[in-house]
Design a protein around this ligand. Structure first.
Ligand code: NAP
Length: 326
């Protein structure tokens, strides 16, 4: 039997390629643009494994074109782009990259929070414009972050990393989720549980850290914004569709909330024109985007593939039930 045939929808990083190339026959889809769906479907036919990014939708159509496929290694912790139940039905294992991006993503959520509160986007544009003539007492005054209340939606790995950062800013941390976190977690990150509505009424910054699922899709809508303080900011580094963007634009226009820091959008890479406002800081999905972390993510995906074809359990299977008996 020859080496397993793998399709990677990206050139990955050198260290990840070394891991894969040592044991697999890999085709890398490189190029300035992400591969089209047609290209993906055309290339996947004879492949035993796929390494893909969150921009590739791995659904029935793709799976049907890949009768030999046994593993989908997503280079992301969120795997809403993969139809996991369709994979499971076909006995295909799906893996993700949890844990290695927590601190980097929390850093970025914090960056957005600071930037929108202290009006950094506006200030940077102003400084570059040549319009700055003198220091003024009330010029571009923003809102303090320190000492405020941070509301975390989803106290998972990244949510907890956010909570840890709050300690240095003397912030109170409250969180919400489907259930209360274990007491030792609450204690370790000094966070108090609230139900969602209570949290929305109390938080000065609401930061989203839930996965995109059927339950969380559209979770943040007009009703939720109306429960937030008018002085509060929304920070989203989770997934765009967790927020109803039309409702968010209306809430920003009407002053229902004070502003937003957004890394993710409903229809990436399209950004709703109504979000291009002074009180919104925008980023093109950069949460985990440090060289160190993206390299770790790519290596983790590569390791999952290599372990699987060695007959070992891939460490990050999200549907481990397909591995039973293997
Ligand atoms: P995680 O450790 O699984 O944490 C997710 C948290 O959300 C858990 O506390 C979970 O609680 C909670 N949750 C799940 N469904 C919920 C619901 N319906 N209502 C309320 N809470 C719910 O995941 P993570 O590693 O922190 O990552 C979180 C998400 O961040 C990822 O799924 C990904 O989409 C996103 N992300 C984005 C970037 C970026 O570049 N912007 C980077 C990394 C991650 P339970 O214990 O009840 O499940």
């Amino acid at each position: 039997m020859g080496q397993p045939k793998i399709l990677a929808t990206h050139g990955l990083f050198e260290t990840a390629r070394e891991i894969l190339n040592a044991e697999c026959d890999v085709e890398y889809m490189t190029g300035a643009m992400r591969p089209t769906r047609e290209e993906l479907v055309a290339r996947i036919a004879e492949r035993d494994g796929l390494v893909c990014l969150l921009t590739e939708k791995i659904d029935e159509e793709v799976l049907q074109a890949a009768p030999k496929l046994r593993i989908v290694a997503n280079v992301a912790v969120g795997y809403d782009n993969v139809d996991v139940s369709a994979c499971t039905k076909r006995g295909i294992v799906v893996t993700n990259t949890p844990g290695v991006l927590d601190e980097t993503t929390a850093d970025f959520a914090w960056t957005l929070m600071m930037a929108v509160a202290r009006r950094l986007g506006e200030a940077e544009r102003f400084a570059r414009s040549g319009e700055w003539k003198n220091w003024d007492l009330d010029q571009l005054c923003g809102t303090d972050v320190w000492g405020k209340t941070l509301g975390i939606v989803g106290l998972g790995r990244i949510g907890q990393a956010m909570a840890r950062r709050a300690a240095g800013f003397q912030m109170k941390v409250i969180y919400t989720g489907r259930k209360r976190a274990p007491q030792e977690v609450e204690k370790a990150v000094n966070a108090e549980y609230r139900d969602l509505d209570a949290m929305l009424g109390e938080a000065d910054f609401v930061s989203l850290h839930v996965p995109l699922t059927a339950e969380t899709r559209g979770m943040f809508n007009a009703e939720k914004f109306s429960k937030m303080k008018r002085s509060a900011f929304l920070i989203n580094t989770a997934r765009g569709p967790v927020v109803n963007e039309e409702d968010l634009v209306r809430a920003l226009e009407k002053g229902t909330i004070a502003g937003a820091g957004l890394d993710v959008f409903e229809r990436e890479p399209t950004i709703h024109p109504g979000l291009k406002r002074a009180n919104v800081v925008l980023a093109p999905h950069l949460g985990s985007a440090s060289v160190e972390t993206r390299t770790k993510m790519a290596c983790m995906a590569a390791k999952n593939v290599v372990d699987f074809f060695r007959g070992q359990r891939p460490p990050n299977a999200v549907n481990p039930e397909v591995l039973q008996g293997s």
